[in-house]
Every structure is written in C-alpha cells, then in structure tokens.
Design a binder for this molecule. Structure first.
Ligand code: SF4
Length: 463
C-alpha cells in the first residue's frame, strides 16, 4: 500500500478534479494521507487565476523537492514521486520539469484520467509530461474519493466560451464541454445512496450547461453567444432531471454568468423545492466602460435587470458576486461605481480581488496598469463597504428560525458546530445533542438565529 498527499489550490472544480485523481490513484493502491511525510507521491493540483496562488504553489513545490532530496540522501526507497496537475501545468507544460528537475509527472486539466499510467511510468524512473489541449471526445466517467460527507461537487460542464480579457480559464480549460445528463443523474443517484444530502453542480460557466450538447451546436459556434432556441439541454432542465432523486435534499450550482441566467433557470429555481435560492453570479465591476474592456458582454443595467427578475420571483434569494478592483485603466470614479453598485444591489456575499495580470491574457500587456498600492487601498475600502452591506443584510435573519445543513465543527470556533442555510449563509451554533443523539452531520436541523455578523450568523438549535 502506498500513500498520496494532494495539495489543491483554487476553485471548486479543482477540488472536484482532486477527488477524481484520488479515486484513480486508489485503484492503483495509493491511499490518501494528510501527512506529507508519509507520502510516496506528492501531487499539487494547481491554480493560476492569481499570482498569489502561483507563489504559494512554487514555495510548497520547493519544500517537496527538498524532502525528496533528503529521502534519497537517507537511502529511502522507492524515491518520493512529485507530480503537478491543474492550470499551472496546463499553462506551463514542460517548463516545469525544465526548471524543477525533481518533478516526475506533469499533467494538465484535460487528461487527469491518464494519471495512473503516468504514475506507473514514474515508478519505473521515467519522467512524464503530457498536456492535452482538448478534452477527450468521450468524457471519461472517473472513480472518485470525496473529501466531504456533506455536499458533493459534481462537474457538469468544463471550460468556458467567453473571452474575458483578464481570465486565463479559456486558455487552460478550453471551450465548454457538458457531460451527458444521464451520466450526471447516475452520479447523483450514487451520491444519494452514499448518504449525501446536497449536490453542487459545477462549471466555470455552469449556466451554459447543455448548449454544446445541442444538435445545432458545432465547434465553429463555440462562442458565448450560442444559446439554442428551445434548448434541448439546459441547466434548468438538468436540475429538473435530477430533482426527484430520493435522499438528495438540496441542489446548488456554481459559477454562473449573467449572460446565461435565463428566465427558464430562474423559474426552475423558484418552482422546485430542492433547488436552493442561491445565485453566485460574478459582476466584476460596477462601471460599464470597465465591463466593456473586460469583455464581460453585459452592462450594469442588464445585471440589475437580472437581479430584479430573481428577486421578483424569490424575494429572499441570495445573490452573491465577485469583483475585481484596479483593472487596467480603472479610474477612481469608475472604482466608486463598483462601490455604489455593491451598496445598491446589497449582495449577500462578495468575493473581492485586486487585479492580477495573468500570462496569455489580453489585459496583462495593456497600458494604464493601476499601481499596487492604489489597488490595495481600493480593495481595503471595498471590503469595508462589503462588510457594512452584509451586516445590514443579515439583520433580517435575527430571531428567525432557519433550516441548516450541518457540516461539522466550526472552522472559526471549535466549541461550535456549523452549517449552511439554503442561501449558502454560514450559521454557527452550540454543539448540543439533537434528539438525544450526537449532532447529525449531513442532516437538516432548525436553528434560531440569535446573533449576526457580516460573514456568518450564530444561533441555537431548535430541538
Ligand atoms: S466567464 Fe470569463 S471570467 Fe469566467 S471563466 Fe469564462 S472567461 Fe473566465
């Protein structure tokens, strides 16, 4: 029996890929270990969306390289194997092995199904670097070892047909490819049998699910704008298709694009009891000129119309978003338009980031790059505004009773348990027995909200 240690950087899709890589490695007798010193194989599943993620990866890779050298000095056999997968590997290819000679395996985002073969080669002392520019024609169904017992990540569409000028995803993840609804249904049924109560349908642009499966679709039409008339497949239809799987109580989806948030999707979420009223739709900027230079293909007005439609159908729906500050050319006034829209729309959560120029993206070479200290002061200010908005928003939950899916111990306070509302809001509550039994992780409980904070609520379990 051998052991694998895996370090996952970045988004939920990378987390889902890591769970598949663990499933594949388990089939060749590599068991997951959280202790890197016990590992025979160390795998880094990387992200390149921001420079900070790269830095963290390279420093950890250096540490793994030293461990490998030390082990061979101590005569430990077999030698420690080191592998790199994910978006840095897809982008950098064999540059990694040329610059880090102790890296045995480099594989990309489109060929994780080949990992067992690469590990076997590396065990024989070969160095492997194989990057595929496209996913295989038939998307392989992969074994999986899930890292949570609560909510399961289910990849439904890979890649993205947009060309946002700051984003490296289309370059490292390719064009949109949807899995068949039958494969997804099979996976969700298995999850229900394994006791999962919640599934999260994943895609860089999950709201375009199924359009590429349409009989009228073709590579030439692989652009964001291709929305079939009366689509045979769509995210709304997929949610309906998996909705009646017994045992699954909640269905979420992540991450959407305003261009593809259709009336059909909004109606589906408002009608189906298991579909959580939670829309994570990155807006990125509150200024039309900046949105144009980001090539986001919608305006502030269009985004607000989408919010209006959602809140008309579901007044308590959560709408969360992402914002980038300091995009090349962004003036103080344009930044303040972002601040204004955050206050006006009153999001339920906002992830904020300072613009980070990425290789192979158009905006990285543009003039008028905003100085770092200016970016940092804008991000600090926006974060303070976001906290004010969230604190104000969360006041409506005080003294209400909310349905919580219990996830386990709170990451912020070990003496408390935590879970999430249908709106994905985190709730912390005292650990007590529930109907005389230990707190049922993965189960739905009722909690009375007694205290609110910007990013989390606190409450008491209703026995
Ligand atoms: S929609 Fe834009 S930001 Fe999102 S993954 Fe696609 S290209 Fe990147």
């Amino acid at each position: 029996m051998k052991h694998v240690y895996i370090e996952t950087f970045g988004c939920q899709m990378n987390k889902a890929d890591s769970e598949h890589m663990l499933g594949l490695l388990d089939e060749i007798n590599y068991r997951f270990t959280e202790d890197i010193d016990k590992a025979d194989l160390v795998l880094f599943n990387t992200c390149t969306i921001r420079e900070s993620a790269n830095h963290k990866f390279y420093s950890q890779l250096g540490c793994a390289g030293s461990k490998k050298k030390q082990r061979s000095k101590d005569g430990v056999t077999p030698p420690l194997l080191i592998g790199v997968s994910g978006c840095v590997a897809q982008d950098k290819k064999n540059w990694l092995q040329n610059n880090f000679p102790y890296v045995d395996i480099v594989l990309g985002t489109n060929n994780i199904h080949m990992l067992p073969e690469f590990v076997k080669k590396a065990e024989r002392g070969e160095r492997v670097c194989e990057i595929e520019d496209e996913l295989p024609l038939e998307l392989p169904e992969l074994p999986v070892i899930r890292q949570t017992k609560i909510t399961a990540w289910v990849n439904v569409i890979l890649g993205c047909n947009f060309n946002c000028t700051y984003c490296i995803v289309p370059h490292v993840r390719g064009r949109e490819r949807s899995r068949s609804p039958e494969d997804i249904l099979r996976e969700v049924k298995t999850l229900a049998l394994e006791g999962f109560k919640e599934v999260t349908l994943l895609g860089q642009n999950v709201t375009a699910y199924g359009y590429d499966l349409d009989s009228n679709y073709s590579k030439e039409k692989a652009t964001f704008g291709f929305i079939p008339i009366n689509p045979q497949y769509s995210l709304g239809k997929l949610i309906r298709y998996i909705h009646d799987v017994e045992g699954i109580e909640r269905i979420r989806f992540l991450t959407g694009h305003p261009f593809h948030v259709t009336d059909e999707l909004i109606d589906t979420v408002s009608e189906l009891p298991k579909a959580c009223e939670y829309f994570h739709i990155p807006m990125q900027s509150g200024d039309n000129a900046i949105l144009k230079s980001m090539a986001r293909v919608y305006s502030v007005e269009k985004y607000k119309q989408m919010v209006e439609k959602i809140r008309t159908k579901m007044p308590n729906a959560a709408i969360t978003s992402d914002f980038i500050v300091g995009f090349p050319g962004e003036t103080e006034k344009q930044f303040l338009n972002t601040v204004k829209i955050v206050q006006e729309i009153e999001f339920d959560a906002c992830n904020t980031a300072a613009y980070s120029p990425r290789p192979n993206t158009p905006s990285a070479s543009w003039e008028k790059q905003v100085p770092e200290e200016e970016k940092n002061s804008r991000i600090r200010y926006l974060n303070s505004v976001v906290n004010e908005v969230l604190e104000k928003k969360n006041k409506k939950y005080l003294n209400t009773v909310q349905e919580i899916l219990v996830e386990g111990r709170s990451t912020r306070d070990e003496s408390k348990s935590m879970g999430r509302m249908r709106t994905n809001t985190i709730v912390n509550f005292d650990i007590v027995t529930y109907h005389g039994k230990p707190l049922p992780i993965g189960n739905l409980v009722s909690v009375k909200i007694t205290k609110i904070r910007p990013w989390a609520l606190y409450g008491e379990i209703k026995n």
